[in-house]
Design a protein around this ligand. Structure first.
Ligand SMILES: Cc1ncc(COP(=O)(O)O)c(C=O)c1O
Length: 458
């Protein structure tokens, strides 16, 4: 083998080895202990309101919101938070965010109506393919909405809608979403950076439209590298290619969401790079009970790097308001799922009363989620196949359990299921579960969302 080839194989092997690390046992145990410390609250929720249920953890939400805000407001002079409703559209979460004085980031007419009904005064409307009706709704509520334009076509449709509406008080505040070169398939979103200048100028000359900002969003950020890269690209473009007249109009830079939770990304072996390779050769391969993770940086680190990057860009970026649209960082700890074991097939196979229609996707196949038996608690992990009750073998919560075994009637906790689950929930075979609100002391059943009323609880 030539030196070149052996170097190639060595670096490929290192890439595979270094991509995911074994999840440190101490990290996992600490996490399970912290959840078990709240065992009584969860058990009370299950006994008073039944299972399956979404347990809306308002203290968990309050803490994540406060920590995110603290990290950034300590570093940035002018900073605004807009919670990304899509990450969990339960109105109780958005209500809490609004009551704390923050804004909402919505991506559809439906989310916009919810934000308006909660009395939210600061709404961002972003997303590709907005319909005319959605643009019209944003125009009607222009006093509260900033419309983030996704394309030249959207600006043209906005202009026609404004013309058809005739003269009115107040302009429509807009921002322009850009996409970066490294965004790959994300070309679906926004316009290329090099098109920002002409589009911004077109918006400046469109009657009734007030362009005020620039938006980008990067996803799945275990560290702030992608955000910093985009900030530098935008800073340099704006300095070199936006005319002074456009600088005068700029009020905000919206750097989107995508902050990964501090615990890192927890994975099942099948979802590691090596696992994918092994499955390519043997799709039915059974994996061991090992857990892996991709570490992520604490939010204070994101705040430090992002604020430094903005300051480093000088004018005009450093003088703008910095807007953010965090979703999963805020919503992950704000909702858990409570299930009951209804059947035991063998010593290590149980069926629960809730299926993954509660999540809306096969998340437990990809991600490692510790399932905790609240009735027989333990920090010891034992092998146990925990299925839901849907008629598909993919309906599985996990291959292990933290507990002293499991029996029918036991209450299981699926923790930290606030992000991209409730919003994707499905009424598939079983009805949609109710949401129980825990406000730190008392429990109450939340009103079902419009269109999701389920009376059949059998
Ligand atoms: C424009 C925009 N902003 C914010 C978010 C929220 O991202 P996250 O939940 O990863 O913070 C998303 C998610 O897709 C998004 O598309």
């Amino acid at each position: 083998m030539t030196m070149g080839l052996s170097r190639f194989f060595r670096s490929a092997f290192n890439a595979i080895r270094n991509r995911e690390k074994a999840l440190p046992g101490t990290l996992l145990e600490e996490h399970v202990r912290s959840l078990l410390a709240r065992r009584d609250e969860f058990l009370r929720g299950a006994s008073e309101f039944g299972t399956p249920q979404y347990f809306f953890d308002e203290p968990g939400l309050s803490l994540s919101l406060a920590r995110f805000e603290e990290a950034f407001s300590g570093r940035l002079k002018r900073f605004r938070l807009f919670y990304a409703v899509k990450s969990n559209s339960f109105p109780g979460i958005s209500r809490h965010v609004v009551e704390k004085g923050h804004g909402l980031d919505v991506s559809s007419g439906r989310e916009l109506s919810m934000a308006l009904s909660l009395g939210c005064r600061r709404i961002l409307f972003s997303g590709p393919g907005k319909t005319d009706d959605e643009i019209r709704a944003a125009v009607t509520h222009r006093d509260r909405v900033t419309l983030l334009l996704d394309s030249r076509g959207e600006l043209e449709r906005l202009s026609k809608i404004l013309l058809a509406a005739g003269p009115s008080d107040g302009v429509v505040r807009v921002g322009i979403r850009i996409t970066g070169k490294h965004h790959g398939k994300w070309e679906k979103f926004g316009v290329p950076l090099e098109d920002l200048g002409p589009l911004f100028q077109k918006a400046m000359s469109t009657p009734g439209v007030d362009p005020q900002g620039i938006q980008f969003h990067t996803s799945w950020n275990l560290n702030p590298e992608a955000q910093v890269r985009m900030i530098k690209a935008v800073g340099s473009y704006v300095r070199k290619s936006l005319p002074e007249s456009a600088w005068q109009r700029l009020r905000f830079l919206d750097i989107g969401g995508g902050y990964w939770q501090e615990r890192g990304e927890w994975l099942n072996p099948r979802n590691t790079l090596l696992g994918h390779l092994l499955r390519a050769f043997d799709p039915d391969r059974e994996f061991t009970l090992r857990h892996y993770y991709r570490p992520s940086k604490p939010i204070a680190h994101f705040a430090g790097e992002i604020s430094e990057a903005i300051a480093g860009e000088g004018r005009p970026l450093r003088d703008l308001e910095i807007w953010m649209e965090p979703g999963r960082w805020i919503s992950t700890p704000s909702m858990h799922i409570l299930l009951r074991v209804v059947d035991k097939k063998s010593d290590d196979v149980v069926i629960t009363d809730g299926g993954i229609n509660l999540l809306g996707w096969e998340r437990p196949l990809e991600e490692f989620i510790p399932v905790i038996n609240l009735t027989r608690p333990s920090v010891r992990e034992i092998p146990m196949r925990i299925f839901g009750s849907l008629c598909t073998p993919l309906d599985i919560w996990g291959d292990s359990l933290f507990g002293e075994g499991a029996s029918p009637g036991d209450i299981l906790l699926i923790p930290d299921q606030g992000a991209y689950t409730y919003s994707l929930r499905q009424s598939f075979i079983k009805p949609i579960a109710r949401v129980i609100r825990f406000d730190g002391s008392s429990l109450s059943e939340a009103e079902p969302e419009k269109g999701h009323e389920e009376t059949d609880r059998l």
